[in-house]
Design a protein around this ligand. Sequence first.
Ligand code: ZN
Length: 253
Amino acid sequence: MKRNLLKTALSLFILLIGQTTTFAQSPKFRVLALYSTNVESDHVDFAMQAMKFYSRFAAEKGFAFDTTSRWEDLNNEKLKNYQVVVWLNEFPHNQAQRSAFEKFMANGGAWLGFHVSGYNDKYTKWPWFVSFLGATFYNNNWPPLPAKMIVDDNTHPATKRLPKTYTAPICEWYGWKPNPRDNKDIRVLMTLSPENYPLGKKDIITGGDIPVVWTNTKYKMIYMNMGHGDKNFDSDVQNMMFEDAIIWLGDKK
Ligand code: ZN
């Protein structure tokens, strides 16, 4: 009897401690960032810097930022623990990972994609993703260059602290066909300024309307074309968007 009482008291104690600890450390939301190391070295550089940037920011803001290079972690069981998925420098290539991601988004999950994570062409064969992103890769500039941005919409939570224009650090910029702006579900937040053209030396973007950051209003998602090389976090202005975007995506409202 006495022993049982002790056991009960002990269990209660552990339960209380457990709850207190959980409460004190409970993150506001949980992010899973996926990356690859066997891709273009400029894309690996970006992923490494992004993980540093967001890990520090997560500690400051009280959300969890987990990272993995195991793309098989894109599965229903694992994703149950997360509100936001980030693709830093790659996208899923097999059906199991793609299906798990589609389900995650259909169930109200949030996504942040950088640069090559939005890449799709006739070989990637993932129609769901084409409609989710609202765009297909068309062209790019080379070498990577800084570029002047027009912030089309700074009423969105992700771009609310940005000025109307700023110069984004060195990156490789992608053009899209079809243009995401022609898709009724897409809200374009930022566009390459026409002042940049011709942009590039070896590969030249000669002109055109090229959105750089946008969201598909049918989902909680943001795509940003930034993400090539090791200069992307050099702009305090642009960093505000990197910060505000993930906070908006993690917001449970
Ligand atoms: Zn690139």
